[in-house]
Design a protein. Structure first.
Length: 364
């Protein structure tokens, strides 16, 4: 102990430093614990909302099934009539909507976080247009349908992503440059789709237009199984690759200085995000704005929590499920494609985002 000018004793400077350090460590631990608790609460709440939306979708229709009977049927009970309506007729569409929304939400969160750009979602940078162009080309020109059509859409998404990445590469990939290249390629592909539609037979063009709007009409278990299998593989791979996200967000030079394999990590993340967007587009068409909306909503629920990949996936699933319910039952007697509802929500958000970006000097 030492004495100051007033004759009072005080601990040595080293002890004070150790106490401050210990206090800082405790404070950081408390902040992290609070963050984990909030993330768990938000994820559980979103999961409960998704399950509620699923039960509502299975309950309401030409034949209304009580929610209690829906839950009993999902648990393995219920009478034969309820099982036929819920399991055979409604469940494939409802589950497909949830998986498609989760895939788009997770893909958008990866793109926006990796490129540090709120506009960098697969529907904005041309990935879904690549899948759409390949699918329409395969259907209208070669008469492809069913599973080969889905493979064509996935191949189109992958090839478009390769072209965008190659054209945007300048000793690295900047977010706005990739977005601008993607918008340009997407515009060209949309023109190709328009040409294919105008040169096709009327019946083929009508089918393609319904699919291009983003539709879950007519989905059966045969369409659900490939999507489910792809999600079982892609979701764990995406979360595994996302371990490199915090380092990559620091910038290429800093990440390399920390020993990260920048190109390998970035390509793995982009590959997973492109595959997720491709399989979702192959299953239900380019459901607009889901990928753009999901990640910002999740980040608002979990501020300063990084990419929030799981909440973004759950948010996407909730958006598509609620949007499909509204498209079926809340817009009059005509059933609209789910993409019509998501576009009604997403288009104003995109205009607000562009206006906000210009106000802060980031309009490109």
């Amino acid at each position: 102990m030492t004495r100051d000018v007033a004759g009072e004793t005080r601990p040595p400077g080293g002890a004070v430093t150790e106490e401050r350090l210990a206090g800082a460590v405790r404070e950081v631990a408390l902040v992290r614990r609070a963050g984990r608790a909030r993330a768990t609460t938000v994820s559980v709440t979103l999961l409960a909302a998704v399950f509620a939306a699923l039960c509502l979708a299975l309950s309401v229709g030409d034949l209304v099934v009580p929610l209690r009977e829906v839950v009993a049927t999902l648990a393995g009970g219920g009478d034969p009539g309820s099982r036929f309506v819920i399991i055979d007729l409604r469940l494939p569409r409802a589950l497909t909507g949830l998986l498609v929304g989760a895939a788009f939400g997770l893909s958008g969160a990866v793109f926006q976080t990796l490129l540090r750009n709120p506009l960098a979602s697969p529907d904005m940078i041309g990935i879904t247009w690549g899948a759409s162009a390949a699918a329409v080309l395969a259907s209208a020109v070669f008469g492809v349908s069913g599973f080969p059509l889905s493979v064509s859409a996935l191949a189109g998404a992958v090839l478009t992503a390769v072209a965008i990445y190659a054209l945007a590469w300048r000793e690295g990939v900047a977010g706005y440059r990739l977005v601008l290249v993607g918008v340009g390629i997407g515009s060209g592909l949309s023109s190709l789709v328009s040409y294919l539609l105008t040169s096709s037979a009327v019946t083929e063009a009508q089918k393609a237009l319904a699919w291009l709007a983003g539709s879950l009409n007519g989905v059966s278990w045969q369409q659900l199984w490939p999507l489910l299998g792809a999600m079982v593989v892609l979701v764990p791979l995406t979360f595994l690759a996302a371990r490199a996200l915090p380092t990559l967000q620091l910038g290429d030079d800093t990440a390399r200085g920390l020993g990260a394999r920048v190109e390998r990590g970035r390509l793995a993340l982009i590959g997973c995000a492109v595959a997720l967007a491709g399989v979702a587009t192959a299953a239900a068409g380019p459901v607009g704005f889901v990928a753009l909306l999901s990640a910002p909503i999740a980040r608002r629920l979990l501020p300063r929590q990084g990419a929030a990949l799981l909440p973004a996936a759950l948010t996407g699933a909730l958006i598509v499920s609620v949007g499909d319910f509204a498209a079926q039952h809340l817009l009059g007697s005509v059933q609209f494609p789910v993409g019509v509802v998501t576009s009604l929500i997403g288009a104003p958000y995109l205009l607000w985002l562009l206006a906000r970006s210009n106000r802060v000097g980031k309009g490109g």
